[in-house]
Design a protein around this ligand. Structure first.
Ligand code: PAN
Ligand code: ZN
Length: 193
């Protein structure tokens, strides 16, 4: 991510459009489709079927140009679309910061959940517009859309944090968020019902 600027970056005015899910000026935009979610959803048959049936976009991440470099403070807006895969609600891949650093999320639109796991304990925060979810150092984190509209949030994190996705594949996230009649239900990670 060092392709943007030689350090230090100049002061920057960034416009957040919560309705569009954009930060202007823009940095990189990531699009995560079902085919990018290897190992994430418990029901692998449903996951393969979803790829064959159009490989839908599960979420996007729009960043500002602030680079992921030591001492910088990058920001991004994640938009998770509504849906489920075998009953498991659409979510981010989830990661641990290899350099244990805290992070804040601010809900912008829709409703979601911030699932955290420290290897032993899991913690869930209900997210909505105006809610700040605080992720302490050492807690892996994954976001889930629990509603019928796109769930969108701003993330701000230290540029040195890094993103370890394999940690979640090795250790899980403690729980999974499944669609339920009254919204969502959290179940043990090893179970999908
Ligand atoms: C967020 C996440 C973003 C996408 O900006 O990176 O929501 O989730 P995954 O990285 O798990 O695909 C963040 O936590 N940054 O540190
Ligand atoms: Zn993070």
């Amino acid at each position: 991510m060092s392709a943007f600027a030689s350090l230090p970056l100049d002061p920057l005015r960034i416009v957040l459009d919560a309705g569009a899910g954009t930060l202007t000026p823009e940095g990189p935009l990531l699009t995560r489709r079902m085919s990018d979610m290897t190992g994430a959803f418990a029901d692998t048959a449903a996951w393969r079927q979803a790829q064959a049936a159009g490989d839908p976009v599960v979420y996007t991440v729009a960043s500002s140009p602030v680079p992921e470099e030591n001492r910088e403070l990058p920001q991004s807006i994640t938009t998770i679309y509504p849906g489920d895969c075998g009953g498991e609600l659409y979510m981010t891949k989830g990661h641990q910061h290899p350099d244990a650093q805290g992070e804040i999320y601010l809900g912008l639109s829709g409703v979601g959940g911030l699932l955290m796991f420290d290897g032993e304990r899991s913690h869930w925060i209900d997210m909505a517009p105006g809610v700040i979810g605080y992720i302490p150092p050492g807690w892996a984190h994954r976001s889930v859309n629990v509603g019928a509209e796109p769930y969108r949030f701003l993330a701000v994190y230290p540029g040195c944090a890094g993103h370890d996705y394999d940690w979640v594949l090795r250790n899980g996230m403690g729980r999974r968020a499944m669609r339920a009649a009254d919204g969502y239900e959290l179940v043990p990670f090893g179970s999908s019902s």
